[in-house]
Design a protein around this ligand. Structure first.
Ligand code: ZN
Length: 153
């Protein structure tokens, strides 16, 4: 969905990214920011909280631009807290998942199962890679599935 309002905010974010150094930009997670802007905007017609977050983010970005040459530690902290609370709302209320969510879960699950079987059959060198391999296969499959359904934040 193309919206002037979301586009305008994305343009602002990109301008800010260009005016800041690469290191600062990475710290402010602008890629994530842009993805959240799109999500919030799409959902704001059906969810009041998303709408409020969108307005809040708009205001926040404007403030960042205003003081872009003199960020303090508190600014970075406030920024990442904002992104964090938006993400958790999207994860909880809209059943979205973060990137590689299932991969990380199933990888550690696979390792654990691999460890158990490795110990059981006294062959960790075999158990661990098999467990990990199965975990990665399942996790990557599930991630690909949610990606296809457009459920990744
Ligand atoms: Zn929402």
């Amino acid at each position: 969905m193309v919206s002037p309002r979301a586009d305008k905010l994305t343009t602002k974010i990109e301008d800010l990214r260009n005016s800041l150094g690469e290191k600062t930009s990475r710290k402010l997670e602008f890629d994530k920011c842009n993805r959240l802007v799109q999500r919030l905007h799409t959902l704001s017609s059906e969810c009041k909280t998303c709408y409020r977050y969108f307005i809040d983010l708009e205001k926040h970005i404007t403030e960042l631009i205003a003081k872009s040459d003199q960020f303090t530690k508190a600014d970075f902290k406030q920024h990442s807290q904002k992104l964090e609370s938006i993400s958790s709302h999207l994860l909880k209320e809209h059943k979205l998942v973060s990137k590689d969510y299932y991969l990380s879960i199933y990888m550690s699950l696979g390792l654990t199962i691999g460890l158990i079987f490795g110990l059981l059959f006294d062959n960790l060198a075999l158990g661990l890679p098999i467990g990990l391999g199965i975990g990665v296969a399942i996790g990557a499959g599930l991630d690909a599935d949610v990606k296809k359904k457009g459920k990744i934040i």
